[in-house]
Design a protein around this ligand. Structure first.
Ligand code: DAH
Length: 339
């Protein structure tokens, strides 16, 4: 019996000595101390031991068990320590590694162009105001001298919320809102989003931006309009920029014009940008129609004014030589970061 126990002990200790993982150690534990383990089997055999020898044999068994258990604990601790060391090693933090920076967005080219434009007009004493994007039909059309049967009111062009309310198709209604509330002198620009039932293509979008301008005071003439817009063009596109006014028609101005600037790419010689003409159209403008002044509560006998409407996207596309408007709305970081 003693021989057998000695053999079990030696074998168990040797196996434990060689064990390299918690799993291996557990396996050994089961093999010797488990329900069907070798040592347990020996204990079961105690029945056959003569009663007077049992205390002695029991002592041997306990000694063996204790030796195996002690070794188990020792090996287990060693294995755990090794595992911890390996983990610490693997998780070492390299404090010299560059940090992951958060992705910060980039100002939209429309915003950059608008802020530049606002700087120019603020410098000339203008105030920046805003009006609602969801607008009464009255302000969007009627009060701007666009009567009910005017083609601009065609449902094809306009998003109607109901008969009286539309998504504004232009920023011009802000003119009326300002004139109703404020006595001249008035000098405002009103940037904002506008909506038209247009198909998306390289030059159209159902939602885009305009900047409205309005000046009303005593003795305002077309010369003021020309001087102001020429100054704006020089500051926005370069001091050598020339301007040209072509007669046009808008219901809310009389006379009305469109303003072209000399092509800032080729200087007027003609290139791809200006389609060979040397000129680029950038805005609509005119002297505020007396009917519009009167409807807004301003006496056209006493006051006169000029107004203009600029397409923001058009300015942005020209300024940054972007050839497809859709790029402005895709919010692709790689595109935006170029400006
Ligand atoms: N609202 C016009 C449009 O959307 C642009 C415009 C033209 C505005 C002439 C004006 C103006 O204030 O005087 O086409």
């Amino acid at each position: 019996m003693q021989e057998k126990l000695k053999k079990i002990r030696e074998e168990a200790l040797a196996r434990l000595e060689a064990a390299a993982s918690s799993d291996a150690i557990n396996e050994i534990r089961l093999a010797y101390l488990g329900k069907k383990g070798e040592l347990t089997e020996v204990l079961k055999g105690m029945r056959e031991v003569a009663p007077e020898d049992r205390p002695k044999v029991g002592g041997w068994v306990n000694d063996t068990r204790k030796a195996i258990e002690d070794k188990l604990a020792e090996v287990q601790a060693a294995v755990q320590e090794k595992a911890l060391e390996a983990r610490l090693e693997a998780e070492t933090i390299d404090v010299t590694m560059p940090a992951k920076t958060a992705q910060i967005g980039h100002r939209h080219p429309n915003t950059i162009a608008l802020e530049e434009l606002e700087r120019v007009f603020i410098g000339m004493g203008y105030e920046v105001v805003e009006g609602p994007e969801i607008e009464y039909d009255y302000y969007n059309f009627e009060a701007l001298n666009i009567p009910a049967n005017h083609p601009a009111k065609d449902e094809q062009d306009t998003f109607y919320v109901n008969k009286e309310i539309v998504l504004r198709t232009q920023t011009s209604p802000v003119q009326v809102r300002v004139m109703e509330k404020q006595k001249p002198p008035i000098r405002i620009i009103a940037p904002g989003r506008v909506f038209r039932s247009d198909e998306v293509d390289a030059t159209h979008s159902p939602s885009f931006h305009q900047i409205e301008g309005l000046v009303v005071d005593k003795g305002i003439t077309f010369a003021d309009l020309k001087g102001t817009l020429a100054q704006f063009a020089r500051e926005m596109f370069g001091q050598e920029t020339k301007v040209k006014f072509r007669p046009h028609h808008f219901p809310f101005t009389e006379p009305s014009a469109e303003m072209d600037v000399s092509c800032f790419k080729c200087g007027g010689k003609g290139c791809r940008m200006c389609k060979g003409s040397g000129w680029i159209e950038i805005l609509g403008c005119g002297m505020v129609h007396p009917k519009v002044l009167r409807m807004s509560g301003i006496d056209p006998e006493e006051y006169s004014g000029f107004a203009f409407g600029i397409g923001l996207e058009r300015i942005t596309l020209l300024k940054y030589e972007i050839d497809d408007m859709r790029l402005l709305y895709e919010n692709d970081d790689r595109f935006l970061k170029q400006f």
